[in-house]
Design a binder for this molecule. Structure first.
Ligand SMILES: *[C@@H]1O[C@H](CO)[C@@H](O)[C@H](O)[C@H]1NC(C)=O
Ligand SMILES: *[C@@H]1O[C@H](CO)[C@@H](O)[C@H](O)[C@H]1NC(C)=O
Ligand SMILES: *[C@@H]1O[C@H](CO)[C@@H](O)[C@H](O)[C@H]1NC(C)=O
Ligand SMILES: *[C@@H]1O[C@H](CO)[C@@H](O)[C@H](O)[C@H]1NC(C)=O
Ligand SMILES: *[C@@H]1O[C@H](CO)[C@@H](O)[C@H](O)[C@H]1NC(C)=O
Ligand SMILES: [Zn+2]
Length: 459
């Protein structure tokens, strides 16, 4: 009898374990615009009147906030957004290119043109899209200038060395160019668009300053202008828009309020023990000790200041995903919000900084989305920015390259429309599922009847 019960369960479970619905997909290949407003912290709309952002939230999706990759600095976190990979996996580990032998460093802008810094085994979504037959563009987005595995973005524009990132008139010209020339005339499928504010103002005046609030009004007006431009160019029904940022911003405290971190003042620490260092760059630092001096440097720094975190590369907390890469130096430093890491003497004068632990709320950017494939008036919980890449690939109907995100973390924002083939397939599955259930039922009836019949003679 046991084998009969077993067979019943096997048959039944085979039927029932078939999926009841197909995987679903979006309505079709709509166009996609990804916009980053550098340093737009998740809560910047709370102390400023932002009618256009509010309208966009009613028409689309708003996340509580998103969690950027660590280090929370511009080029690395932007490259995470467009590759879906943590920084240790994509290799753009800092805003600055550096050579530990010659101690040469290149600024954020110069580093845009160091091809091998960007092309380190991972390609941005515009390359993924182009390889699968779509047309892509990138306007000022970090990584635009580079060639990846021999291929460059089809339509790209990089800002000149001296460039004012804050001019609202220029922003409007860019918006109309992207809508009219790039999306409508050139018929691009995907565009990445970067604006350098409110980061610039947040650094200079601090995230709580009236200047930052004024800049958020400018961003809001630009979003209103952009959505109007979408309508003027007849793109409303076929353009999805994602607006987010690379990191947030936190207020810097000075020596009148806190005990500043100055490495040269730490007992038993000396720059003479280092071959190379990258400090005086906000709240993070990386050190390359001389041969045989790693432990000396580490022991001197570890615990030397209550707001300074000191880690050997291989002992980095896994959650930060900032360890497993050749380019990351043997000792990594970061400070708590409010504090900066100074080398010889404090030479940093920004009132606002980023680069801190990505767990801190001050480092979280905003996330908004609107368009034909997004739900309306939907607020969703926080998620990591590595998930934006699979979301974008899903919207574009392309197969993502290897990445660290998961579409399942974000697909609830998207309106899933089954196509006819899948619908009939899922009918078959439902049918099979019911058959499976029915088989189990019949089997049980038969088994129970047998058991009862066998028991009868004993009575
Ligand atoms: C750094 O400079 C040295 C000396 O010029 C050179 O040999 C090395 O290839 C450079 N490394 C990188 C990553 O550019
Ligand atoms: C990435 O860059 C490192 C040097 O920084 C180099 O050794 C490595 O080969 C590069 N990997 C790829 C896939 O380009
Ligand atoms: C902003 O850009 C426009 C167009 O290039 C220019 O005419 C204007 O002078 C700029 N405004 C400022 C304040 O720089
Ligand atoms: C950039 O332009 C804005 C206005 O568009 C102006 O207020 C600001 O002073 C300019 N910045 C620089 C550094 O020229
Ligand atoms: C500095 O190093 C010396 C010699 O190794 C040691 O005795 C001393 O305790 C160290 N001081 C601190 C503050 O770690
Ligand atoms: Zn930034």
């Amino acid at each position: 009898m046991l084998w009969r019960v077993g067979l019943c369960l096997l048959l039944g479970s085979m039927g029932m374990s078939l999926p009841l619905t197909g995987p679903g997909r979006t309505a079709g290949r709509n166009k996609l615009l990804l916009i980053s407003f550098d340093g737009f912290r998740w809560d910047y709309d709370r102390d400023v009147d932002t009618p256009f952002l509010d309208e966009m939230a009613r028409d689309g999706v708003k996340a509580a906030y998103v969690t950027p990759a660590f280090l929370t600095v511009t080029s690395p976190t932007h490259f995470t957004i467009i590759t879906g990979r943590y920084i240790e996996n994509h290799g753009v580990i800092h805003n600055m290119w550096f050579n530990t032998t010659t101690s040469e460093k290149k600024s954020y802008w110069q580093t845009q043109f160091v091809n091998e810094w960007w092309d380190n085994g991972t390609v941005p979504i515009w390359i993924t899209a182009q390889r699968q037959g779509l047309k892509a563009g990138s306007h000022h987005f970090p990584g635009t200038a580079s060639t990846y595995q021999g291929e460059k973005v089809q339509v790209g524009e990089v800002e000149p060395a001296i460039y004012n990132y804050s001019n609202e008139t220029v922003w409007r010209t860019i918006v109309d160019k992207v809508m009219g020339s790039w999306f409508r005339d050139k018929d691009l499928d995907f565009v990445a668009l970067y604006f350098g504010e409110p980061d610039g103002t947040g650094h200079k005046f601090g995230p709580d300053s009236p200047q930052r609030k004024k800049m958020v009004k400018q961003v809001d007006r630009t979003i209103g202008y952009l959505r109007n431009s979408v309508k003027r160019h007849g793109l409303e029904d076929r353009l999805n828009i994602i607006i987010t940022a690379d990191h947030g911003m936190s207020t810097v405290q000075r020596k009148d309020t806190v005990n500043e971190i100055v490495l040269s003042k730490i007992p038993n620490f000396t720059f003479k023990d280092l071959d190379f260092h990258l400090v005086d760059y906000g709240p993070t630092g990386m050190l390359l000790p001389k041969e045989g001096r790693l432990d000396k440097v580490y022991n001197a720094l570890k615990g030397a200041h209550p707001h300074l975190h000191v880690y050997k590369k291989e002992e980095m907390p896994r959650r930060l995903h900032f360890s497993n890469n050749k380019r990351i130096l043997p000792i990594i430093l970061w400070s708590d919000p409010g504090y900066l890491i100074n080398g010889y003497i404090p030479v940093q004068f920004n009132r606002g900084e980023h680069g801190f632990d990505n767990e801190g709320l001050d480092m979280k950017p905003f996330f908004r989305a609107v368009g034909p494939d997004f739900h309306k008036n939907l607020e969703v919980g926080p998620f990591e920015t590595v998930n934006i890449y699979p979301l974008m690939c899903h919207l574009l109907g392309i197969t993502p390259d290897a990445h660290d995100g998961d579409l399942n973390n974000v697909r609830h924002m998207v309106v899933e429309v089954e196509d006819p083939v899948q619908r009939s397939a899922s009918r078959v599955f439902i049918g099979l599922g019911s058959v499976g259930g029915f088989l189990v039922l019949i089997c049980l009836v038969v088994v129970v009847r047998n058991v009862l019949q066998r028991k009868k003679p004993n009575k």
